[in-house]
Write a protein that binds this ligand. Sequence first.
Ligand code: ADP
Length: 159
Amino acid sequence: MKVAIYPGSFDPITKGHLDILKTATEIFDKVIIAVAKNSEKQGFLPTDVRVKLIKESVKDLANVEVDSFEGLTINYAREKGASVLIRGLRAVSDFEYEMQLSQANSALASEVKTVFLTTKPKYNFISSSTIKEIFLNNGDISKFVPEAVNDYLNNSYKC
Ligand code: ADP
């Protein structure tokens, strides 16, 4: 059974993330989408809210598990018996950082392979930081995020 981890901040999850996740579920037997906890960076939404919003957004996908983790991604992958890390690529600007990260992970754990996926063109420009910017300036984010995120931010989020 091929298990893949899709690690990230998901602060919040977007339709770009979801598109990558769906593609990954068609390739691998199980995909664990996991929020990386960063004690140095506070972020926009607390980890438990990010996890809750992901869970609500992936209800229709059978082979997905939602989780969070602390520490090195490769250690988490080993703990979960995963041999693949999924990362997404948008523009050339992502490339340098993602390449560095995958090479560092490969140097630490050569048995864990990074697989890069891309989204449909319509989701390509979406990032969590763009969403935050639009939302905090009273823009409509409904086209860019799953319904659960749109509802949560519009109904429960307090600035
Ligand atoms: P991180 O802080 O680890 O980069 P993110 O939640 O920002 O976490 O992103 C997780 C992964 O998803 C990254 O590999 C990022 O490049 C990818 N990603 C995010 N949005 C998109 C998108 N619209 N198209 C393709 N990949 C994306």
